[in-house]
Write a protein that binds this ligand. Structure first.
Ligand code: NAD
Ligand code: MG
Length: 486
């Protein structure tokens, strides 16, 4: 692809209605009165200015969330009532799908047609999944030895702080907010500074749906100020974070140094896609365009050719253009970071098969880039690039593939492409990662726990595991006298 697809609509056709902090059911200016720019990565131009939350604003939001938890109706109402409100919110999201999709497209450069068909409808279904779980939260009865018995209660953990990244602004918001609301928690969420727009719209819809004031607070701002105020807050009971490994480490330290709040971290990954020589080449190449690669030697050359062909036909362009398959990088920082990895790849001796350049004369577009002959110690093989850059490696034996896949500090996910069930079974048991995709890639589901092994973090999003992240177990013990079943 040498030219940008640009058949999109103008960003000015999207009206941004919510730019202030959402605290205790109201849109408010920040205490300092400061604002920050949010940028359209298609052009590098400012979309609008957003109220900038800092420590003082986080304190006010936590007070509201604390009050709503300690005295408000949310944790106390029948769970079926909570479920009704979450269902109503999901409906309102579906009714506003086009506007919400447009917000993520102008703010994050995400493909409009994907947001509209996938990200937003999936998010409202995530809400429905946890709405359905809200009235199925229960403990156990335990027959103790001796003249006692016990039961356990699953209680909401309290006030939660959520800190999320820019790569999936809508998905991340609902992966965090839905299970914690269903559990009966109250919360303060800080969206990424690059992508605050849709989060504020979701807060507005939550209020319309009947989420009581103070239960959900959304405070945009920067990591070292607003984010750090969450992780070090003395009155937040749990912090749930998705983002980089470096920041995850800081959050855990801040939690330890303040009130030992519980922490769950979803961090970076270096997720390989391992292609065996019995794979369907066409399908494997399509999956590969989604991931970072290892390939069995026998298939390597033919596969490489197919992949380059497909990458060259890949349409990069305005994310509003329905033909586009890839939009811009989210901001200038990320754009420059990806380009510097491409330079490292070249300098360290990997072969650049295709791509490697920027596209267009404004915005943050990069060609799909494929490196071959990548060695394990090269930076592009070790670091998470988070951009359209693929690194191809060969392997001879299954043992070599396992060793190579596990030769990373990360363990988020891995893909395997093979028709041999024994190979698939051996690989999926041997790779130390939280998700294994067999003959597919990036396949997610509300009921499928997602989260890392090793330095990719701990604590799952999705599934009932995520609901339990926001619950704590209380054991109640009482004597039983003269029971016939002792
Ligand atoms: P980042 O870690 O810098 O930022 C993520 C969030 O943390 C943002 O909201 C940011 O404001 C906040 N933050 C930054 N510094 C903070 C601090 N000191 N205290 C509290 N909060 C702070 O991540 P990024 O570079 O913006 O995003 C990309 C990275 O996120 C990728 O490199 C990838 O590793 C990771 N990521 C992981 C997953 C996953 O599913 N595991 C998903 C998306 C992104
Ligand atoms: Mg960052």
């Amino acid at each position: 692809m040498t030219e940008l697809a640009n058949n999109g609509r103008d960003c000015s056709s999207v009206t941004v209605n919510f730019t202030k902090l959402f605290i205790n059911g109201q849109f408010l200016h920040s205490v300092s009165g400061k604002t920050f720019e949010t940028i359209d990565p298609r052009t590098g131009e400012v979309i609008t200015r957003i109220s900038e939350g800092t420590k003082e604003d986080i304190d006010i939001a936590v007070k509201a969330a604390r009050h709503a938890f300690d005295f408000g109706p949310w944790p106390r109402m029948p769970p079926s009532e909570r479920a009704k409100i979450l269902m109503k919110w999901a409906e309102l999201i579906d009714e506003n799908v086009e506007e919400l999709a447009a917000l993520d497209t102008i703010d994050a450069g995400k493909l409009y047609h994907m947001c509209k068909a996938v990200d937003i409808p999936t998010a409202s279904n995530t809400l429905r999944y946890y709405a359905g779980a809200a009235d199925k939260i229960h403990g156990e009865v335990l027959k103790m030895s001796g003249q006692f018995h016990a039961y356990t209660l699953m209680e909401p953990i309290g006030v939660v702080g959520h800190i999320i990244p820019w790569n999936f602004p809508t998905t991340m918001f609902f992966l965090k907010v839905s299970p914690s609301l269903a559990a009966g928690c109250t919360m303060v969420l800080k969206p990424a500074e690059q992508t605050p727009l849709s989060a504020l719209f979701y807060a507005h819809l939550a209020k319309l749906a009947g989420v009581p004031d103070g239960v959900l607070n959304v405070v945009p701002g920067f990591g070292p100020t607003a984010g750090a105020a969450i992780s070090s807050h003395m009155d937040i009971d749990k912090v749930s974070f998705t983002g980089s490994t470096e920041v995850g480490r800081e959050i855990m330290q801040a939690a330890a140094k303040s009130n030992l709040k519980q922490v769950s971290l979803e961090l970076g990954g270096k997720s390989p896609l391992i292609i065996f020589d019995d794979a369907d080449i066409d399908k494997a190449a399509d999956l590969a365009l989604l991931g970072i690669l290892f390939n069995k030697e026998g298939i390597y050359n033919e596969f490489e050719k197919k992949l380059v062909e497909k990458a060259k036909a890949w349409v990069v362009g305005d994310p509003f253009d329905p033909k586009s398959q890839q939009g811009p990088q989210v901001d200038k920082n990320q754009f420059e970071k990806v380009l510097s990895y491409i330079e490292h790849g070249k300098r360290q001796g990997a072969t650049l098969l295709t791509g490697g350049k920027t596209l267009g004369n404004k915005g943050y577009y990069i060609q799909p880039t494929i490196f071959s002959d990548v060695k394990e110690d090269m930076l592009i093989a070790q670091d998470e690039i988070f951009g359209p850059v693929m690194a191809l490696k060969k392997f001879k034996t299954i043992e070599e593939a396992i060793k190579s896949a596990n030769n990373t500090r990360y363990g988020l996910a891995a893909g395997i492409v093979t028709k041999n069930i024994d190979t698939a079974n051996t690989m999926s048991r041997s790779i130390r990662a939280g998700t294994i995709w067999i003959n597919c890639y990036f396949a997610f589901g509300d009921d499928v726990p997602f989260g890392g092994y090793k330095m990719s973090g701990f604590g799952k999003d999705s599934g009932l595991d995520a609901l339990h992240k926001y619950l704590q177990v209380k054991s109640v013990v009482t004597p039983i006298y003269d029971s016939p079943w002792l």
